[in-house]
Ligand binder design. Structure first.
Ligand code: CTP
Length: 421
């Protein structure tokens, strides 16, 4: 799927330096970012910074006389799924409310027809001014999303409201707006799922590693961080699915909007939680958890000591329940779709296809954490979706969040609301 394009507009306030970080976050989240800057913004940060971060020319003026090549501002605005002004000065809010178009950013704002987010940042007195408040109210009334400024230390030396919201909060607003932006045709010609494919679907997601205790202080673990499973749960919830997320030990917080959040530690506990969640009724199971295949045969209540273990230690292990094979498949309810995950190092697609068959999955998401550029946790990854007939989708290099989003788009397109395929 082509990366959705975001139009990021930067206006002239000291918070413009934080807009660089927002560009970075947007790119990491899988967006293709086009930046436009007012002349005042360019006094604070160089367009070069944004050109390097976004890997695209930056629109700096209406006439193509600035530091970048000439750009057709109408075209520039047209191709974008979401637009965001961050930081938004009192001046640009006034221009946007009035419909003025006397520079590149205000002209783009007038030409742009999609979802718009503004993140104001200014001195607290300017923010309180009735004119600014009226302008913000007017924009809100037109459907513009306002990411409220935070309270904190302002460049003018006061501690007050007016600070640009955290770039992470602005990113979340862009991601939410991108999800509800009009569905566009996907490159292979099929039309991406009707927007509400996931609405009301009961989705169970497992994520993260399991910890298998050896004694009171030691356990067997793996390097899974849970990021991918949490991203799937968050995205499905944002699309209106009723999500139960069952998570092994991770540092991640429950994503917004999930209906159920169950913390487990061991493979046994995960198996029990999956059984319970499926018994309550589910349309989809995403088994993204990296379940330990073996656990210590005996768990010592206290701490094992070197004196009793000696110079070498053979730890006896037993197989843990195979959750897909032993728990899900034996009494699998009609209508449940199972998406398994295969983490492979080498012969990724072949091995994943074998797992799909062996474990009775409907789909399998294959990935290789040792592939160049891939790895555990955040960063760039690549995944492939396979069905019984073979490969269905290649995410290309992307963030886990963007892959999760593409995966749900693709599964929706493949299965349809009527339950086909
Ligand atoms: N899985 C499971 N129960 C287990 C282990 C894994 O349900 N005890 C699920 C995983 O959540 C994943 C799929 O099975 O969706 C494949 O996991 P993976 O660890 O790659 O497969 P294994 O069958 O454990 O194969 P391997 O021999 O490669 O370890």
């Amino acid at each position: 799927m082509a990366a959705p394009a975001v139009l990021q507009m930067v206006t002239g306030g000291i918070a413009a330096y934080k807009a660089c970080w927002l560009t970075r976050l947007l790119v990491q989240a899988g967006f293709s970012v086009r930046v436009a800057m007012t002349a005042a913004a360019q006094r604070f940060v160089s367009p070069l910074t944004f050109r390097v971060l976004s890997q695209h020319p930056v629109a700096t003026d209406l006439w193509g006389e600035g530091q970048t090549q000439p750009l057709d501002h109408i075209e520039y605005a047209r191709g974008c799924a979401v637009a965001v002004v961050a930081p938004a000065t009192a001046n640009i809010l006034a221009k946007a409310a009035a419909g003025l178009a006397d520079d590149i950013v205000s002209t783009l704002l007038l030409a742009y027809e999609g979802p718009l987010i503004v993140a104001p940042a200014m001195n607290d007195a300017m923010l309180r001014h009735p004119a600014t408040r009226a302008n913000l109210a007017c924009l809100r009334q037109r459907g513009v999303i306002v990411v409220e400024p935070a309270e904190g230390f302002l460049a003018c030396g006061t501690h007050a409201e007016g600070r640009l919201a955290a770039p992470e909060a602005i990113l979340a607003a862009v991601e939410a707006a991108a999800r509800t932006a009009p569905v566009r045709p996907v490159p292979d010609g099929s039309v991406a799922a009707v927007a509400d494919r996931w609405a009301g679907q009961r989705v169970v997601v497992t994520a993260g590693p399991t910890h298998e205790p050896i004694d009171a202080v030691r356990y067997i673990a793996n390097r899974s961080t849970g990021v991918f499973g949490f991203a799937i749960a968050a995205d499905a919830a944002a699309r209106g699915a009723r999500v139960t997320l069952i998570a092994g030990p991770t540092a991640l917080d429950a994503p917004a909007g999930v209906e159920g959040f169950v913390r487990v530690r061991t493979a046994e506990q995960l198996a029990a939680a999956v059984r319970e969640a499926l018994a309550a009724g589910a349309d989809w199971l995403f088994m993204a958890a990296a379940v330990a295949d073996y656990a210590p045969e005996q768990v010592e209540m206290g701490k094992l000591r070197k004196e009793s273990l000696g110079t070498s230690w053979n730890l006896a292990l037993r197989r843990t329940p195979d959750i897909l094979g032993d728990v899900v498949n034996p009494d699998r309810k009609e209508g449940l779709r199972v998406v398994g995950f295969a983490l492979e190092t080498g012969e990724v697609l072949e091995r994943a296809a074998k797992k799909l068959k062996a474990k009775g999955m409907d789909f399998v998401v294959a990935n290789d954490p040792t592939a160049p550029g891939a790895g555990f946790g955040d960063g760039v990854h690549r995944a492939w979706l396979l069905g019984p007939a073979g490969q269905l989708w290649d995410s290309g290099p992307s963030s886990k969040r963007a892959i999760a989003c593409g995966l749900l788009d693709r599964l929706a397109a493949l299965t349809g609301k009527d339950g086909a395929a």
